[in-house]
Design a protein. Sequence first.
Length: 146
Amino acid sequence: MVAQSLILSHSWPLYEAAERVPLLARPDLADQGDAGPVGIWTCLLETGALIWSPAVYRLFGLPPGEPPTRALAVSLYRPGSRRAMEELRAHAIKHHRGFTLDAQISRPDGARRWMRLSALPVVAGRRAVRLTGTKQDVTADYDGPD
């Protein structure tokens, strides 16, 4: 069961998507080389396949081009962040709502990063078929500059 306070503070209706995740309307603004800290991602719900832009690979410290698995990506979330993300993800899929969450990850090189994860379901008929959104490195907001 999803904690009610988590839903109330992090979940939002899909009609707010353009305001909450404006980059999805302008993907040309994402991934401006190494200066672009915001990446776009998609998860196909039927297969769990992930599609990441270069900025998401950089954030997770994974080599670009190697298709990431959901199991690997989820394993990189710190335990509290993983629980919150999974609860909000399930709620988003079931209730067709978006969410935004600051989550901490541990990269394969051992570095810890904070990211702002924004997600919204894409609905076909009455069923969510994929999640899409942005991931932005916000480590400096928590730890100060590197």
